[in-house]
Design a binder for this molecule. Structure first.
Ligand code: COA
Length: 344
């Protein structure tokens, strides 16, 4: 063999692929809440309708003045740090997925990183609405798999109460505040992030958005009077798309990973509406007992729903469990992912 010919088999034998895994979880929801009964006094609705049409009973609300999304994110991060006994200065990167940053223009993650003493980290936000946690996982796991970083803290956090019009019964019944945090590190075993299927389509941007406050419609007297600073949606269209795209993305993941539905331990779907979740599970023919939910307690906390599910069900997960995540949100953005749980 001449000197300039490389034996490729030697390279592949010597290069062990780094797998990224979730190694710790934290979560936080505010104490205060708005119940369906409370909403009855605010808009023309009732507990029976909300429960039957959405599965939601309460949504947690951050009421204290001067506190915002960073507060929720810091609480979730500190919960993780305490449980994991993590030295914050060993964190390389802090990502906050949110559509309700403390400010426009300055991202929320640097505030979070400073407040949790992640003094050696850099930080950035991801805006992918209800798919923010999935998109964040894609980013975070890529940094770990490439070998560039060793500890990435991903937080899904949203203070939806700051953008909800509490005179609009189509949105005020759905959204709540909360945050969930995960630590992503190189896996110490064969388990971790396995696959992802992510998509977006700007054609549906109008179906779910906050119209004003961006560069197209800067905040003005007119936008304020038209209430364009609040979230609005075409509920029925969003509903149908969410079911079909979450089901399709999950199906893609099942097919290309040759997964047997019986072997899937849990589906962690974005918590938008119980009927969306039920219809998605039915469409992919997945046993309802495998589908995790906490929507009744929290409503839709946008980027926080999936990490909050992980937080609430963490004790159920066992090493090697095959878990599917699925989400759909404004943008439009959506996707599904497959991971094997890496710790007991
Ligand atoms: N309380 C009581 N009645 C209500 C109501 C409310 N909050 N909202 C609507 N209604 C009434 C309507 O006026 C309508 O009455 P009618 O039959 O007499 O005309 C009836 O209930 C059905 O309304 P509709 O808009 O068809 O309800 P729906 O079943 O589509 O539910 C949503 C509305 C918003 C709950 C549902 O469309 C949804 O969840 N969409 C997805 C939204 C979402 O998840 N967004 C975030 C995505 S990440």
């Amino acid at each position: 063999m001449s000197n300039d010919i490389i034996d490729v088999s030697m390279i592949s034998n010597n290069t062990k692929k780094i797998k990224a895994a979730i190694t710790a979880i934290g979560g936080y929801v505010p104490e205060d809440f708005i119940s369906n009964k409370d909403l009855e006094k605010m808009v023309d609705t009732n507990d029976e309708w909300i429960t039957a049409r959405t599965g939601i009973k309460k949504r947690r609300i951050l009421k204290e003045k001067g506190k915002a999304t960073s507060y929720l994110a810091i609480k979730a991060a500190n919960d993780l740090i305490k449980k994991k006994k993590l030295e914050p200065d060993t964190i390389d990167l802090v990502i906050v997925s949110t559509i309700t940053p403390d400010f426009h223009g300055a991202s929320t993650s640097p505030t979070v990183a400073s407040q949790i003493n992640a003094s050696n980290a850099y930080a950035f936000d991801i805006n992918a609405a209800c798919s923010g946690f999935l998109y964040g996982m894609s980013t975070a796991t890529s940094y770990i798999e490439s070998g560039r970083y060793k500890k990435v803290l991903l937080i899904g956090a949203d203070m939806m109460s700051s953008i909800v019009d509490y005179t609009d019964r189509s949105t005020s019944i759905l959204f709540g505040d909360g945050a969930g945090a995960v630590l992503i590190e190189p896996s110490k075993n064969e388990f971790g992030w396995e696959d992802e299927f992510l998509r977006s389509d700007g054609v549906g941007a109008d179906w779910l958005k906050i119209k004003a406050g961006g560069s197209l419609y800067p905040t003005s007297k007119e936008t304020f009077e038209k209430k364009w600073h609040y979230i609005t949606q075409d509920g029925k269209t969003v509903f149908k798309s969410a079911v079909s795209e979450m089901a399709n993305a999950t199906e893609q993941i099942i097919i290309r990973n040759k997964l047997d539905r019986n072997d899937i331990k849990y589906l962690l779907p974005h918590q938008a509406n119980k009927r969306i979740i039920d219809a998605t599970a039915e469409k992919i023919n997945l046993d309802k007992n495998k589908v995790l939910m906490n929507i009744e307690e929290y409503g839709n906390t946008t980027a926080a729903t999936i990490p909050l599910l992980m937080h609430d069900y963490e004790s159920n997960f066992k090493k090697g469990d095959k878990i599917i995540l699925a989400a759909f949100g404004a943008g439009l953005t959506w996707g599904a992912a497959y991971l094997t749980w890496a710790y007991n």
